[in-house]
Ligand binder design. Structure first.
Ligand SMILES: [Mg+2]
Length: 202
């Protein structure tokens, strides 16, 4: 990787919560196998668009099912490997990173709404949080983004769960398709503003 000489070189990133954003929400339960993992419509196209604009796309997710003993870290990795392979097959694009809080002792800094997962991703991938975006469906997602200094937050309302929302996102949308349109527009306009070279061709 080329050395970063200044702040301007840092990348933009689209951070996505997993359950309820990337894939259909399992409700109060967990996704414990690849068969239960249903990608939401439009996510593959969103990945392609983000990469064409030169943005990274990274998942930040809580999966306490690991510390609860419902699945192993190997099972979780296998669900993500299958997701990545399927995205690559169908869209020629997949996620640039997957950061998971598993609830295991010693990983508390990554627990939402703490900013640990995002901070680690920013270090690993040379991301500027201030020019990045996060999409989530819960208060803790939006709060984590705010704590990490993410420039813009988008909340997708989940009609089935109807959790009370106390933390206000910059933009609230009623569905995944609506979110995809809004986020594409946001990335496209910011790409023009910052004149970021498109070095992530797909
Ligand atoms: Mg969620």
């Amino acid at each position: 990787m080329r050395e970063l000489s200044n702040y301007q070189c840092l990348r933009h990133c689209l951070f996505l919560d997993r359950d309820g954003v990337v894939n259909r929400s399992p409700g109060s339960g967990y996704v414990t196998s690849s068969e239960d993992f249903a990608l939401n419509e439009g996510i593959g196209e969103l990945l392609q668009s983000a990469h064409s604009f030169g943005w990274l796309v990274i998942i930040v997710s809580s999966q306490r099912c690991v510390s609860k003993g419902l699945i192993t870290t190997k099972d979780l990795a296998s669900i993500h490997e299958s997701m990545q392979a399927s995205l690559d097959d169908r869209y020629g694009s997949n996620f640039d990173g997957i950061y998971i809080y598993t609830g295991e002792p010693g990983t508390e800094d990554w627990e939402k709404p703490r900013p640990g997962m995002i901070e680690q991703a920013c270090k690993d991938h040379a991301i500027n949080p201030a020019t990045s975006l996060l999409v989530g469906d819960q208060d803790r997602d939006i709060e984590m983004a705010q704590n990490a200094g993410i420039g813009r937050t988008v909340r997708v309302l989940n009609a089935e769960e109807q959790r009370p929302n106390h933390v206000i996102a910059d933009l609230t949308v009623g569905s995944i398709p609506e979110m995809v349109v809004a986020v594409k527009q946001c990335m496209e306009s910011r790409d023009v503003i910052t004149n970021q070279p498109n070095d992530h061709s797909s």
